[in-house]
Design a protein around this ligand. Structure first.
Ligand code: GLV
Length: 328
């Protein structure tokens, strides 16, 4: 029997690629940049499985160009780049990679929080510019993280890891979500649930966003929300860029409505070089690397490979976002 055909849309951990290559006829896109759309449409024409990454828009057009497609395995926990209802209606399984990146992503979100609060990147630029002439009592002062109040928006896995890290800094931890966690979970992590978002924003010294991107969370943090925040507040976004309105963020940072921001994600990505946010000193911007440790990216690639191979066999991928496809 001939092997199923798959397209792997970017290079990733060798062990995952070897696993896929041993079970399939694999085509690998070796470029660093994504395949152009017309090339993508052509690559998926006669495949049974696709391993995509979060930059790839996998919509009805891609699915219709790929009549044999059985599974799309996305190497990411987020899957807002995939039209899941379109996949489900075509009987295509969709896999993602939750869990393995939780702690690595929280480590990085906390790094951004501290870097923005204590002006690490600004300090590095200051040093390299040759501005460090002396120690000065008023030079590059920031805000303490310890004993401050952290406001977590979104109480999923990554949000809860932020709460654990905050405890190590003796922070007070507030959280907001549409669903409240169990009382024993709140007690274990010392969490206070704040049902009203504006109340959380007004009380927090640090606000960190951990929600998926959906129609409801698009621009969830915009002008009104910044107006509710403290002038000393720091915003961290390691979720998805469009959760924060970039124009409102620029205004809030520029006018001093908030103190600083740390972003791992932007809207759009990559951030254009003429984006006004890049003119500001009180923002740290990383190129969507929060899950980027060697170990975690290897685990994500292996998980994506396992999802792909299961889907090709007509089995439920170990992490599937539309298991109803097999229940039909
Ligand atoms: C990264 O942003 C992911 O969703 O895995």
């Amino acid at each position: 029997m001939s092997k199923p055909k798959v397209f792997v849309a970017r290079k990733m951990a060798t062990e995952a690629l070897e696993t896929i290559a041993s079970a399939t006829e694999m085509e690998l896109w070796a470029g660093e940049l994504p395949p152009p759309r017309d090339v993508y449409l052509q690559k998926v024409r006669d495949i049974d499985g696709l391993l995509s990454i979060l930059t790839d828009k996998i919509d009805a057009e891609i699915m219709d160009a790929s009549p044999r497609l059985k599974v799309v395995s996305n190497m990411a926990v987020g899957f807002d780049n995939i039209d899941v209802p379109a996949a489900t209606s075509r009987g295509i399984l969709v896999g993602n990679t939750p869990g393995v990146l939780t702690e690595t992503t929280a480590d990085f979100a906390f790094t951004l929080l501290m870097a923005a609060a204590r002006r690490v990147v600004e300090g590095d630029k200051y040093t390299r510019r040759g501005d460090w002439k002396t120690w000065g009592p008023m030079i590059l002062l920031g805000y303490d993280v310890h004993h401050a109040t952290l406001g977590i928006i979104g109480s999923g896995r990554i949000g809860m890891e932020m709460a654990k890290r905050a405890r190590g800094f003796d922070m007070k931890v507030l959280y907001h979500d549409v669903v409240r966690r169990k009382p024993e979970e709140e007690a274990a992590l010392g969490l206070e649930y704040v049902p009203n978002l504006e109340e959380l924003l007004s009380r927090a010294d640090f606000v960190t966003v951990h929600v998926p991107l959906t129609a409801d969370t698009h621009h969830m943090i915009s002008t009104r929300e910044f107006a509710a925040m403290k002038p000393t507040a720091v915003l961290v976004n390691s979720a998805r860029g469009p959760v924060v309105d970039p124009k409102a963020l620029y205004e809030a940072l520029k006018s001093g409505q908030i103190f600083a921001a740390g972003l791992d994600v932007t809207d759009p990505e990559p951030i254009p070089m003429d984006d006004p946010l890049l003119t500001l000193d009180n923002i740290v911007i990383a190129p969507h690397i929060a899950s980027g440790s060697v170990a975690t990216r290897t685990k994500m690639a292996n998980m994506a490979a396992a999802n792909l191979l299961a889907g090709l066999k007509g089995e439920l991928p170990p992490n599937c976002v539309n298991p109803e496809v097999l229940q039909k």
